[in-house]
Design a protein around this ligand. Structure first.
Ligand code: ADP
Length: 284
C-alpha cells in the first residue's frame, strides 16, 4: 500500500496545503520514464474492475475534487479508459437544479452511488456543499458547519453497505491553473471550456484553500479516506490515482464466484459433441 500511505490524509490530522508540493513526481524524471509503470497500473485496474464486476458483492465510489482545470475530466478519461464501461458510471455535479435544491443536500448524490459490482465516479461531489457553498455563503454558516458530520455519516452508511470510497483532491498551484487557462485560449478546440467564472474564482484562491483544508481534515476517515494528489504533472496525477485505486482493490482479495454449473458436465455434454461434429464435417 505504498502510494495509498504516501498521499493519504491521516484521519484526525490537520491539513496544510501550503506544505504539499503540487509538482511532486516521485522518482520519475519524465512522463516518458513513467510510461511503463502507468501502463502496468492501467492493466491491473482493468483486471480488478472485471473481478469486482464478476464478484458482484461490493462497489467502489471515487470522488474527484479540485479547483477549475485541476484535471478532473482528464483523470476520468484515464482511469475510466482502463475499465469496461459496462461496470462504470460517471456523474458530474453542477449547480443544483430546482428539483435537487428542493431536497436535502445529499439527495442528488445518494441517487447515483454505485450498485454492487459497479464503480461510480463523481466529477465533483457532495463536498461542493462545503466548498463553493461555504466560500460564497450560499447557506448560513450554521448550516454548512453541520454538513461535515452529515457527510461522515452518509459515507459511513455507504461503507457499511459494501461501498468502498476513495476521495481525491487534485492539488495544483495558481501558476499551473493560469497556464492551463491560457492553453485553453491557445487551442480553438478547447475554447468551449473557457468560462468567465473560472477567472472570477481566482481571487478567492485562499478562501477555497481554507474550505478544502477543512473538508480534507474533517472528513478523512478509515472508511472514506481522502488523498491529496500532486497534480501539476497530469501524467503523475494519473499514475498516482490508478495506483491507489489498484492498491485498494488488490487489498480486497476479491474472488471470482464459483461456477453455477458443473464445468466437466458441460464440457462432456456439449463440447465433445461439438468437437466430434466438427471433426466429422472437416474435409478429409
Ligand atoms: P465543471 O467545472 O465541473 O466541468 P461547470 O463549469 O459547469 O462544470 O461547473 C460546475 C459548477 O457547479 C461549479 O462552479 C461548481 O462549483 C458548481 N456547483 C457544483 N455543486 C454545487 C452546489 N452544490 N452548489 C452550488 N454550486 C455548485
Amino acid at each position: 500500500m505504498h502510494y495509498f500511505k504516501k498521499f493519504h490524509v491521516e484521519p484526525g490530522s490537520k491539513v496544510d496545503l501550503s506544505t504539499i508540493d503540487a509538482s511532486f513526481k516521485d522518482h520519475h524524471e519524465s512522463h516518458q520514464h513513467a510510461l511503463p509503470e502507468i501502463e502496468t497500473y492501467r492493466q491491473k485496474l482493468a483486471d480488478l474492475q472485471y473481478l469486482m464486476y464478476a464478484e458482484n458483492k461490493r462497489s467502489l465510489l471515487i470522488c474527484l475534487q479540485g479547483r477549475d482545470a485541476a484535471g478532473k475530466d482528464g483523470t476520468i478519461k484515464h482511469v475510466l479508459g482502463a475499465m469496461n464501461p459496462q461496470g462504470c458510471t460517471v456523474t458530474g455535479f453542477k449547480v443544483p437544479t430546482k428539483e435537487e435544491a428542493a431536497h436535502d443536500f445529499l439527495w442528488r448524490y445518494h441517487r447515483t452511488t454505485p450498485e454492487k459490482g459497479q464503480v461510480a465516479i463523481f466529477n465533483r461531489s457532495h463536498y461542493e456543499d462545503v466548498l463553493v457553498v461555504r466560500v460564497h455563503n450560499l447557506v448560513p454558516q450554521q448550516v454548512w458547519e453541520q454538513r461535515y458530520a452529515h457527510i461522515n455519516h452518509f459515507e459511513q452508511q455507504l461503507a457499511d453497505s459494501g461501498t468502498h470510497i476513495l476521495k481525491f483532491y487534485l492539488h495544483i498551484d495558481p501558476e499551473e491553473q493560469l497556464a492551463r487557462f491560457k492553453q485553453r485560449i491557445d487551442d480553438p478546440a478547447r475554447h468551449w471550456k473557457i468560462s468567465d467564472n473560472d477567472y472570477a474564482e481566482r481571487p478567492l484562491w485562499d478562501e477555497y484553500t481554507t474550505a478544502f483544508e477543512a473538508a480534507l481534515s474533517q472528513c478523512s476517515t478509515p472508511h472514506a479516506p481522502w488523498f491529496i494528489i500532486p497534480s501539476n504533472h497530469k501524467w503523475f496525477r494519473n499514475l498516482a490515482i490508478s495506483r491507489i485505486v489498484t492498491e485498494t482493490l488488490e487489498a480486497l482479495n476479491m474472488k471470482f464466484p464459483e461456477p453455477t454449473v458443473d464445468i466437466n458436465e458441460i464440457k462432456q455434454k456439449y463440447h465433445q459433441i461439438v468437437e466430434k461434429e466438427h471433426e466429422e464435417s472437416a474435409p478429409q
